[in-house]
Design a protein. Structure first.
Length: 255
């Protein structure tokens, strides 16, 4: 069931989204060569604690997971696409890092992700991240009353495919509200004019996930959470929580 949020509820979700934005900003500032992923998780956790917010990630266990997620961020490095578990791994020069973070505040959830390079970047990595951000922007622009979920999916997928990147077929965006994952699902590729109609009060988390090698294949790492590219190529993941309103899309996790 798709829940339409009131304007007051959307304002409350904005507050949760701003906590997420601050956490991602703090993580990005702290990320440097030699810093561990566990240390970045603690940086984000400190921001959530200071705001009186909880984490929808910590302890999360969907049907596909064999164990609860043990952290407040997903930290995916290089060939890890999404759902990376923070470990003692220390960042190296040139690592491509994707950080996904959520917050629960006042009974509402926010969810967002960023990708960046630590140290000296490869031009190919910068192009990958820039394309992911353009795909996200295209999806947000399509998130207007009167369109359908397929219009968002088509906008995202068109940018990704035109640049020659692969897309994970089984993972994408989602509705969000009282819970981090709600209906409807939002694929990263689709046909325009199809799917659930967009209405004022819908709130969606849009999240392109791009694979640099151009193929769509991925596999689950032994930790039961991290999803990696099959060909070892790098990946990027960006995300915003967006409210559909009569005045246009409102980015609730804007940083």
């Amino acid at each position: 069931m798709v829940e339409l949020k009131t304007d007051t509820s959307i304002d409350a979700m904005y507050e949760a989204g701003q906590v997420v934005g601050r956490a991602l900003t703090a993580v990005r500032q702290a990320a440097d060569v030699g810093v561990s992923l566990l240390e970045l998780d603690e940086v984000a956790h400190d921001v959530l604690r200071a705001a009186g917010a909880g984490s929808p990630f910590l302890g999360y266990r969907p049907s596909f997971a064999t164990t609860p997620f043990p952290a407040v961020i997903c930290a995916s490095v290089n060939d890890a696409i999404v759902h990376g578990i923070p470990t003692a791994y220390r960042l190296r020069d040139g690592d491509l890092v994707s950080i996904d973070c959520g917050a629960e505040l006042g009974g509402w959830a926010g969810d967002s992700a960023i990708s960046f390079v630590v140290g000296r970047p490869r031009p190919a990595d910068l192009r990958l991240i820039e394309t992911a951000e353009r795909a996200l922007s295209a999806g947000i622009e399509a998130a207007v009353v009167g369109h359908r979920i397929g219009d968002i999916a088509h906008a995202i997928g068109t940018v990704c495919r035109a640049a020659g990147y692969g897309i994970m077929a089984d993972f994408g965006g989602h509705g969000i509200g009282r819970r981090m994952h709600e209906d409807p699902p939002v694929p990263n590729e689709g046909r325009p004019g199809r799917g659930f109609p967009l209405r004022h009060g819908m709130v969606l988390a849009l999240e392109p996930m791009l694979i640099d090698g151009g193929t769509d294949g991925y596999h689950e790492a032994p930790d039961g959470w991290t999803l990696k590219t099959n060909d070892g190529s790098r990946a990027a993941h960006v995300e915003h929580t967006v409210a559909i309103t009569d005045a246009g899309p409102r980015i609730l996790t804007a940083r």
